[in-house]
Design a protein around this ligand. Sequence first.
Ligand code: AMP
Ligand code: MG
Length: 341
Amino acid sequence: MISGIFKKINLNTQAKIGNDIHIAKSYLMHGQPVAIPTETVYGLAANGLDASSVAKIFKIKERPFFDPLILHTNNLDKVRGFVSHIPAIANKLAQQFWPGPLTLVLPKSTLVPDIATAGLSTVGVRIPNHPLTLSLLSLLDFPLAAPSANPFGYISPTTALHVHNQLGAKIEYILNGGPCSIGVESTIVGFEDDKVIVYRLGGLGIEDIERAIGKVHVISENENNPAAPGMLKSHYAPKIPLYRIGINNIEIFEKFTRIDGIDVANNQIGSMVFKDIMAEFPLNNQFILSPNGDLNEAAKNLFSAMRQLDNMPLKAIISEVFPPEGLGVAINDRIRRASVQ
Ligand code: AMP
Ligand code: MG
């Protein structure tokens, strides 16, 4: 039995990076969080039905307790074990999109501790689509609570090394499943009365959801629910101020001249573009997210580019706004949350 919800965390350890699901399982069974790969971003995982294990996630991430977690498992039968009900429409989405980058918000059973859901009567649930993590989950008789494996508010990690750089001193093991294939967090969908509500844009496009179940309501910035800070305006943010700029190059230049005290010629600006270079800005600090113009590839590269720029001696990062279709919608959402404007 672990006493108290905050067990002391050894700050002197350096996490091992490996691909052994049995080692990961062993830490998890002993209440120790482990980083895991998913197709969206890397998660910081712990037993989602054990309050003391879940508390460690909050402590390591310095995440506020009002921000609820998502529980991950590997099949629908297991989901039925910790939710009280699955509406027919949720079941349809689950059948069609799981495993995949879709989180469903469902009424929770009493097995799920309040700390995991920030006291809400619902719980976010997902079956992630990553072979290593699905194998790990198949060995466990509990779901894994797993928010992104980064300090709260910073850019989500999409490689094992990203996790190691920020949380390596606070956890014991990082399960390495390679770079995340989607690269942005899951799309979160909830069910209120007869309505289907999208709380967070993400790795599953709205078009795909609507093709399956018809029109959905995408919650807007103004309707943000403070109890769901995945929706907070400022989130996923680099430390260097990021500015969003329109696609037209003249507009870019005009906007740029309004950013005081920054010298373009002196390489103080880094940039992220979709497929074409922006010649006005230093090319050695410029990341082209998809030279072929593929929004899925751009999503996959987004957070990694943002991190690399944030580690350069820059005064500003500027980003294009992406075409608002497919994963472009989620990319624009993350860039907006990361920006100072
Ligand atoms: P993440 O930090 O990417 O794991 O995402 C967790 C996010 O999921 C939270 O910040 C919320 O926005 C959302 N979420 C989790 N559980 C719920 C819930 N029960 N109701 C509404 N949103 C939820
Ligand atoms: Mg997160």
